[in-house]
Design a protein around this ligand. Structure first.
Ligand code: MG
Length: 306
């Protein structure tokens, strides 16, 4: 379990005077001086796990590899600055594959003002591995996972579920959105939803030492979630997909009630902001159905297999 490894590392890694925030959040924060903390995040995507090379194009893989890191910098309400790219390529056709990957990385890097500062490549007989490390700059206080308080509203951007139908490649990292919200409103905590709305909400609650109550009727369900539920024709509903599918890459925020009210009235973003419930003192997740019945909500989502 990745979570167990992170927990062990957090107990084991020694402190460092410049490390303000280490492993366990969406990015690390380093106090390098001169006003802005440095944010660092890294993500590895691998053929057969995060994508299927024989079913997609190299440029979409490259775009995704950078986009998932941009989403983690957004999760800290930071500005992305520079990336280093590591590629482990199959021996056959590696050069063309690398070019294709960069054809996806470079337009997104330009759009978000990210310098490609370097990297490394290797070849082997295994699957394609793309590793991107992204350096960012904190603007104001980095948005952390551990600041949610009972009474805060749960605010999300966008719609959830069914990203497997294509949005997991084409999503918009919410960088400018997070910067604007963090500047204009008081945000107590936040993260990006990468592994499933209910699972990531449970992680934010665990980091903050509180629980949450989700109003099911308010969860914004994407058209993809409805299509996927139709296609699968199993017992899963669009709401199930919205609560548990991975790779939405939307923002999940803990916002004090007055700021939440203002934010929802003003709707200052191109993407919709929705309140899906509130944080509560009692640990764990609960769901409220449209008749007001309260029951436990089991966090579900993508669990990393390590
Ligand atoms: Mg994240």
């Amino acid at each position: 379990m990745e979570a167990d490894l992170i927990a062990w590392l957090r107990r084991t890694l020694p402190p460092h005077p410049l490390l303000k925030l280490g492993a366990g959040d969406d990015a690390a924060a380093l106090a390098l001086g001169q006003g802005h903390d440095c944010l660092v995040t890294t993500d590895i995507i691998t053929d057969h796990i995060d994508f299927k090379l024989d079913e997609t194009t190299a440029d979409r893989i490259g775009r995704k590899a950078l986009a998932v890191n941009l989403s983690d910098i957004a999760a800290m309400a930071g500005e992305p600055v520079a990336a280093v790219i590591g590629l482990v390529l199959p021996r056959q056709g590696g050069f063309e594959l690398a070019q294709g990957i960069f054809n996806g990385i470079l337009p997104l890097a330009e759009e978000y003002g990210v310098a490609i500062a370097g990297g490394d490549t290797n070849s082997w007989d295994g699957p394609l591995v793309v590793s991107v490390t992204l350096i960012g700059r904190a603007v104001g206080n980095p948005l952390r996972r551990d600041g949610a308080r009972p009474g805060d509203k749960i605010i999300v951007t966008g719609n959830f579920g069914g990203s497997i139908l294509g949005r997991h490649f084409d999503f918009t990292p919410r960088v400018s959105e997070a910067l604007l919200l963090n500047k204009r409103y008081q945000l107590h905590a936040g993260m990006d939803v990468s592994d499933g709305l209910s699972l990531d909400l449970s992680r934010l609650c665990a980091a903050s030492g509180c629980g949450a109550r989700v109003e099911l009727a308010k969860v914004p369900i994407s058209d993809d979630a409805r299509r996927l539920a139709d296609q699968l024709a199993d017992s899963t509903t669009p709401l199930d997909h919205a609560l548990s599918d991975g790779e939405d890459f939307e923002l999940l925020l803990a916002v004090p009630p007055d700021d939440a009210r203002r934010m929802l009235e003003e709707q200052p973003l191109d993407v919709q902001l929705t309140c899906i419930g509130e944080f509560v003192a009692e640990a764990g997740l609960r769901q409220v159905d449209d008749r007001g019945n309260v029951s436990p909500l089991t966090p579900r989502g993508y669990q990393h297999s390590l």
